[in-house]
Design a protein around this ligand. Structure first.
Ligand code: ATP
Ligand code: MG
Length: 280
């Protein structure tokens, strides 16, 4: 697979000065970000730093308290028809089979209605793309966790999104399935011409998948640092470049911690961990 991709063209998503509060408590502040066509951007940060809140605001599921959001150049007032979402849980409807669940993603009110034949074709293409061609008539109870998550991704792809918002979509999966899904995601981005904004608290996952990594910190959530990932794919074929970037990310966290009050920085400073759950 090719390594470095140039992401050109008008941004799919632009956000400027995003702020958000829950009941008067600031959760996000001063967030600027851009996602370009076919780009995978990872929001990396510890539990509670505001990743999901930011994703919901950027996807138009929550109104931003402050700031501006544009999707394909237009100001956003809610979820855009060219966007789609994937969460940690597949959220399949148990009474619909795989094809039915994927087709269901095309029936939302804000989605332009499709002629039946086009709808059928889109569903079939999405099922093939995630490798579930044999299972189109299976029901959710008959699927493994990895297969269910493939259905969730297919449901999103069938909408032909310009941008896929994904909130820890692989974190409930075992390590092997998770690695397969990370590869699948990067391949789908190339084939389906979608961009992805991927939330994760796993540094390895961010380095394996992202074109750009945005490191978030919390209280209130903001972007600490940004990296372009110039390592050719597959990323694990270059362990030295992988390790160097990982050390860079850990160094940025250490620097951030050094600037925090002692109580927050003195706990759990084991640098070999790859999950950021221990970092605030
Ligand atoms: N509905 C809510 N009402 C009040 N506070 C909330 C609500 N949802 C989230 N919060 C708070 O906002 C902050 C950010 O939460 P958020 O879920 O965005 O974090 P996160 O980075 O996605 O965490 P995780 O990695 O655990 O999913 C946390 O302090 C959380 O307690
Ligand atoms: Mg979250």
């Amino acid at each position: 697979m090719s390594g470095v991709t140039l992401h050109q063209g008008a941004p799919v998503l632009e956000a400027c000065g995003i702020g958000f509060s829950y009941a008067g408590k600031p959760v996000l502040t001063g967030i600027d970000l851009v996602v370009r066509p076919r780009e995978i951007v990872c929001l990396l940060g510890a539990s509670g730093c505001g990743k999901s809140t930011l994703l919901k605001v950027l996807a138009g599921l929550s109104n931003a308290g402050d700031g501006e959001r544009r999707f394909l150049g237009e100001p956003m007032s809610g979820p855009h028809p060219r966007s789609a979402l994937v969460f940690q849980q597949a959220g399949l409807l148990p009474w619909l089979d795989v094809a039915g669940n994927i087709g269901f993603g095309l029936d939302f009110k804000h989605q332009p209605a499709l002629p039946a034949e086009q709808r059928r074709r889109r569903v079939a293409q999405a099922i093939e793309a995630v490798g579930l061609g044999e299972h189109a008539r299976a029901f959710p109870a008959q699927l493994s966790g990895g297969m269910a998550q493939r259905v969730a991704i297919a449901r999103a792809l069938a909408r032909q999104p310009a941008l896929l918002f994904a909130d820890e979509p692989f974190s409930a999966l075992d390590a092997i399935t998770r690695a397969e899904m990370q590869v699948l995601l990067t391949e789908l981005v190339q084939r389906w011409h979608t961009a992805v904004l991927l939330v994760t608290h796993d540094i390895d996952e961010a380095i394996l998948t992202a074109d750009r990594i945005l490191l978030m910190s919390g209280s209130p959530g903001r972007i600490l640092h940004e990296w372009e990932v110039p390592i050719p794919r597959p990323r694990d074929a270059d362990p030295q470049a992988f390790a160097e970037l990982k050390l860079d990310i850990l160094a940025a966290l250490r620097q951030h911690h050094a600037n925090l009050p002692q109580t927050a920085s003195s706990e759990n400073n084991n640098e070999t961990r790859t999950s950021l759950d221990h970092v605030r």
